[in-house]
Write a protein that binds this ligand. Structure first.
Ligand code: LLP
Length: 433
């Protein structure tokens, strides 16, 4: 049996971990935690707990910092909406002029619902169905990132049926090692993603004069939660070489899509400086005279979101303290799924000695544990706590396990809070059964 990733032990964390210091959009006023201009206590009072809370300013700032970092280089940020696909969040990106990276017909549907035009959308994913391909062709999307020879055949067939030319790119598998946890690294040849260089070249040439496939670009995505420049440098340099090679073979491309993957700080990570990342990509890409696409997800929304939750009980088992909260692994999977460490702090700033406890949810699994031996300090039933860095791959990966209704989602903009998804009801729970 393979080892089950368990939430990491945190006994090595000694001092105070205070994400408020490195998270835009959140601050203390006196001893009370605020998201922008709204007290977390007020949010709990108005919508209950657990609740996802997002800071609009944090998202806007992350987007603008990245956008500005590329300066005059022709580029489009295509937000990888799998990270957080709430319509309220998507509207923020649409208003900023962002593009979008989608991986399903469902994601396309969400974008159509808020009026995003097709030419702002790129479509990635190893298993696009015929129906999804058709929908995206009808929407006249900017780019299909094709991931297999068979998919390319299907794309050509569907394009010919609809009498439209598909704007396409091949997602190559650049064969570099990158990314944090093994479940989220994608750019190595043993992963299911992309097409190897030789096969990619054959396919570009085979469809060079095709009526239904219009080669527009080349793309790669090497992994997620990447904290160093080296894998980007390696992958993008290879892409650039390939881009030139294709040019010599008579295939002039317009787009070079470098995927997403920028890591963020959860506890002690040192994220890449956005300016350094942009400068490095620009240095390699500028001489090609092409248009750069990037597909960041986590780095744009991750830090903006938290889960606001309440302590149900505390208990001690043979000298070990447990804090049982009303959020659980179904609401937020990352600790159970990847052994990820997301800090928890009090909404009322704690004082006194930081006693340790395991922070666990009510679901009937030992894996339903957000943190072990976490220096949380004195905690009582009824206290409000915050689980940090949950804006990306948070609600998007939530489930109804244990027949728990999924949380409310709240967007804070300055002094205004707005529900962008109401808490699920019991009726929602059994809809369709
Ligand atoms: N583009 C493609 C083709 C992708 O597959 C992904 C993420 C992205 C862009 C965005 O990557 P980001 O900038 O967010 O790192 N659930 C995992 C992460 C899975 C990432 C999957 N692909 C987690 O919670 O860590």
């Amino acid at each position: 049996m393979s080892a089950v990733p368990s939430p990491s032990r945190n006994s090595r964390i000694t001092g105070v971990v205070d994400p408020v210091r490195y998270t835009d959009g959140y601050s203390y006023r006196g001893s009370r935690l605020y998201c922008e201009g709204v007290a977390m206590e007020e949010i709990a009072e108005r919508v209950g707990t657990p609740a996802y809370v997002y800071s609009r300013a944090s998202i806007e700032q992350a987007y603008r910092q990245l956008d500005t970092a590329f300066g005059k280089l022709p580029h489009t940020i295509c937000y990888a909406m799998k990270a957080n696909s709430n319509l309220g969040i998507l509207r923020i990106f649409a208003a900023l002029g962002s593009g979008f990276d989608i991986v399903s017909g469902g994601e396309l549907y969400r974008l159509r619902r808020i009026g995003v035009p097709g030419n702002r959308i790129v479509f990635s994913g190893v298993g696009k169905s015929r129906e999804e391909i058709r929908e995206a062709l009808r929407a006249r999307i900017l780019l299909f990132n094709v991931e297999s020879a068979a998919e390319l055949d299907l794309l050509a067939a569907e394009a010919s049926r609809l009498r439209v030319r598909a704007a396409a790119s091949i997602r190559v598998n650049p064969d570099v090692a990158a990314g944090g946890h093994p479940h989220i690294s994608t750019g190595h040849h043993r992963h299911k993603f992309g097409i190897d260089w030789d096969m990619a070249r054959k396919l570009y040439l085979a469809h060079r004069d095709s009526r239904w496939i219009g080669w527009q670009g080349i793309s790669a995505h090497i992994g997620s939660q990447i904290l160093t420049l080296a894998p980007y440098r390696q992958a993008v340099s290879r892409l650039a070489g390939f881009f030139r090679d294709l040019g010599r073979a008579g295939i002039a491309l317009k787009y070079l899509d470098c995927g997403g993957g920028l890591g963020i700080r959860y506890t002690a990570e040192q994220p890449l400086d956005k300016a350094a990342y942009a400068a490095e990509l620009a240095r390699i890409v500028r001489p090609l005279g092409c248009h750069l696409l990037i597909e960041p997800g986590r780095s744009l929304v991750g830090p903006a979101g938290v889960i606001l939750m309440r302590v149900l009980y505390t208990k001690e088992n043979r000298g070990k303290d447990f804090v049982i909260v009303d959020a659980a692994m179904n609401d937020f999977m990352r600790p159970a799924l990847y052994g990820a460490t997301h800090p928890v702090t009090h909404v009322r700033r704690a004082s006194g000695r930081l006693t340790r406890a395991d922070v666990v949810g009510p679901v009937c699994e030992s894996g339903d544990c957000f943190l072990q031996d976490w220096p949380l300090g004195k905690t009582s039933a009824g206290d409000l706590l915050v689980l940090w860095g949950t804006g990306a791959y948070g609600f998007a990966q939530a489930s109804n396990y244990n027949s728990r209704t999924r949380p409310e989602e709240v967007l804070v903009s300055g002094r205004r809070m707005q529900s962008i998804r109401r808490r699920e009801s019991r009726a929602d729970l059994v809809r369709g059964e």
